[in-house]
Design a protein around this ligand. Structure first.
Ligand SMILES: Nc1nc2c(ncn2[C@@H]2O[C@H](COP(=O)(O)OP(=O)(O)OP(=O)(O)O)[C@@H](O)[C@H]2O)c(=O)[nH]1
Ligand SMILES: [Mg+2]
Length: 334
């Protein structure tokens, strides 16, 4: 199986060697294979990921979220550049299952992260496209492993503050950072309580100019709000700070908090426990995705589903009975 090589591709070993040497071109090409839906590429992708696994995992994985316009890209530009001054190599990935935006965000982020994108120590890869969040998240997870094997020791995974993608990013990162704005209620910011609850740190961005006082007030408010949540399993108490991504203020503080967190969870064993839990969860995500693909990808099932839909609307069959029937059909085919 080793060294499998579909037409037009290098062998798995060539990609692996390139990635381990930190070759950005081969890293990008390997990620393209991970994102591909061709069956031959899927086999190749699995082989690459399986073999780089011993060299992956050695990064701190940070999830970053916040509503559109809060300043995620600007923050990542400032934060990424700061991390590089600290001797880090930074990979920036994103999860965004909405296809229209994933195209738009490439263009948007190219301009917002211009300086970072030009640094050798940074690697920026926009969201994979795909129909399901689960599928996109799985691909981003594998991309993250390749980046780690290529020597990036901080991985930032960005997502927008709406929908379920937060949960997916939280499920694959060690530290979860929520960017907020002052002067707007939670409802206005579209941030659900559940997302606040996931945050290890809340940063009130755009704390500059006339906004400084309001931002400080918001900081106190959020700090109080976070006290109401039960203590998280990590033993870490979430912190709230202010920052100005555009003026480069409060950026180093964020990293200091990440380091404090890392120290704590290394000591108390939560870091490893959480990573193990995430690995197992990831297996189930893959099982779920593959089952859905097998089921909905089957021609017979598609035809039968079509018939059942017609029978449901004409009340020939109940939805529950229809579901049971199609599952029986599926069981016969496996
Ligand atoms: N005053 C001020 N403006 C900022 C700051 N950070 C970002 N901005 C501005 O806010 C706008 C949105 O910033 P982005 O970084 O694109 O925000 P985003 O969260 O990535 O937005 P999406 O990619 O659309 O989700 C831009 O015009 C930025 O220049 C800040 O710290 N202070
Ligand atoms: Mg952005």
């Amino acid at each position: 199986m080793k060294n499998y090589k579909p037409k037009g591709r290098l062998s798995a070993n060539q990609y692996i060697d390139g990635i381990l040497k930190g070759d950005r071109v081969l890293l990008s090409r390997a990620i393209t294979i991970i994102e591909s839906n061709l069956e031959s590429d899927k086999i190749l992708a699995k082989e690459i990921v399986q073999n780089i696994l011993p060299n992956a995992g050695n990064s701190i994985r940070i999830g970053i979220t916040g509503v559109p316009g809060v300043g995620k890209s600007t923050f990542i530009e400032a934060f990424g550049k700061y991390l590089i001054t600290q001797g880090k190599r930074v990979a920036i990935l994103s999860i965004d299952p909405s296809s229209q935006r994933s195209k738009g965000s490439i263009l948007g982020d190219k301009t917002r992260m211009e300086e970072l994108a030009n640094l050798q120590e940074a690697y920026i890869r926009p969201s994979a496209s795909g129909d399901t969040l689960g599928g996109v998240a799985n691909k981003t997870g594998e991309t993250m492993l390749l980046c780690e094997a290529a020597g990036y020791d901080v991985v930032l995974i960005e997502t927008v503050g709406v929908g379920q993608s937060e949960t997916a990013v939280h499920g694959m990162t060690d530290f979860f950072l929520l960017l907020m704005l002052s002067g707007a209620g939670d409802e206005l910011q579209g941030i659900k309580k559940g997302i606040m609850e996931m945050a290890d740190m809340v940063v009130i961005n755009k704390a500059d100019g006339d906004n400084i006082r309001m931002s400080e007030m918001a900081r106190l408010q959020y700090q109080n709000a976070l006290h109401i949540f039960p203590q998280s399993e990590s033993g870490w108490s979430p912190v709230v700070s202010t920052a100005s991504a555009i003026k480069n203020i409060g950026i180093s503080n964020v990293w200091n908090e990440v380091l404090k967190f890392k120290h704590l969870v290394d000591e108390n064993g939560y870091f490893e426990k959480n990573r193990n839990h995430q690995q197992i969860q990831w297996m189930y995500n893959n099982v779920n995705e593959e089952l859905k693909r097998l089921f909905y990808g089957s021609k017979n099932i598609a035809v039968e589903l079509n018939n059942l839909e017609a029978d449901i609307v004409t009340s020939k069959i109940s939805p529950v009975k229809a579901a049971q029937k199609i599952i029986e059909e599926f069981k016969k085919s496996i």
